[in-house]
Design a binder for this molecule. Structure first.
Ligand SMILES: Nc1ncnc2c1ncn2[C@@H]1O[C@H](COP(=O)(O)OP(=O)(O)OP(=O)(O)O)[C@@H](O)[C@H]1O
Ligand SMILES: [Mg+2]
Length: 267
């Protein structure tokens, strides 16, 4: 158990997600204690709504929740099936129900993660998206205890999606907000990501990346800043640039290989 919780704890920020999983952990433990004393146990479903901007860690947390739920005995497998509108919605009558059912089947024992769930409602009454929502609602009814469904997307769109589909809110009791990271958190994430890949940022590189992150955060023309993904992309690019730089070095040292320099953070 310790290792998955450590993995969660090591992530930067994400306080609401961390708090929620501890509440569920406590609840399951106490239910076991209550059982010993012959006390009543409410049947629980843990379907969730994740609200937040791109790159705020929703998919990462969903994957980790799968593993934690497996450890806690809530799910038998704990795997993650990540889908979006195109995976669920078909091209002719009956096709959508078939596709949706097949994916729910694949997700049994684990987590069905539906990104931008509101796009299912986008096409209106005649759209097959509606068929997917109905089929999903039915699956939650029939197999709701055998998998955890997480619907994810931007705050406002998620709220209106839930409002427009009256069957939904009561089936998704757990809501988690993923807030945007600030510059300090993004830099912590940068150092963590580098460390996990066995790289280090030189002082200059770190300062350069911080300037870039701050500029992006303050850029009024960037509408959908991609948070931690922005950091990831910058680091992955720097790793490639470093590799090319080191090609010219005869037998690079361990230090050379470890260090990402400011010149590696080209545009
Ligand atoms: N708090 C964090 N600490 C460390 N790494 C993080 C954190 N949040 C996100 N990341 C990393 O940032 C990247 C993007 O995160 P993730 O894919 O989970 O975001 P998302 O919210 O699902 O985005 P999208 O809505 O665009 O799908 C991943 O590589 C993930 O490992
Ligand atoms: Mg995602």
């Amino acid at each position: 158990m310790a290792s998955v919780f450590d993995e969660l704890e090591n992530l930067i920020g994400l306080h609401e997600a961390k708090k929620t999983i501890y509440e569920i952990y406590a609840l399951i433990k106490m239910n076991k204690e209550r059982e010993k004393h012959g006390l009543k146990i409410e049947k629980q479903v843990f379907h969730m709504v994740f609200k937040g901007n791109p790159g705020t860690g929703k998919t990462t947390i969903a994957r980790l929740f799968g593993k934690i739920f497996k450890e806690m005995g809530v799910l038998s497998k704990g795997h993650l099936i990540e889908v979006e509108r195109a995976d669920l919605v078909g091209e002719f009558i009956g096709h959508t129900a078939q596709k949706t059912r097949d994916l729910v089947k694949k997700a049994l024992g684990g987590i069905l993660f539906i990104d931008e769930a509101y796009s299912l409602a986008r096409g209106g009454e005649k759209d097959f998206g509606k068929e997917a929502i109905d089929c999903l609602t039915k699956s939650l009814e029939d197999y709701g205890n055998e998998f955890v469904c997480i619907i994810a997307g931007y705050n406002e769109e998620m709220d209106s999606f839930l409002e427009l589909n009256p069957g939904m809110p009561s089936r998704f009791p757990v809501h988690i907000k993923f807030t945007d990271y600030d510059a300090d958190e993004l830099m912590e994430i940068a150092h963590l990501m580098s460390k996990n890949k066995e790289y280090e940022l030189s002082k200059d590189a770190s300062e350069k990346l911080r300037r870039r992150v701050t500029a992006a955060l303050n850029d009024p023309f960037i509408e959908n800043f991609s948070n931690a993904r922005f950091v990831r992309n910058n680091i992955e690019k720097a790793i490639r640039v470093q590799a090319v730089r080191l090609l010219k070095v005869y037998e690079p040292t361990k230090e050379d290989l470890l260090t990402l320099k400011s010149e590696d953070f080209t545009i």
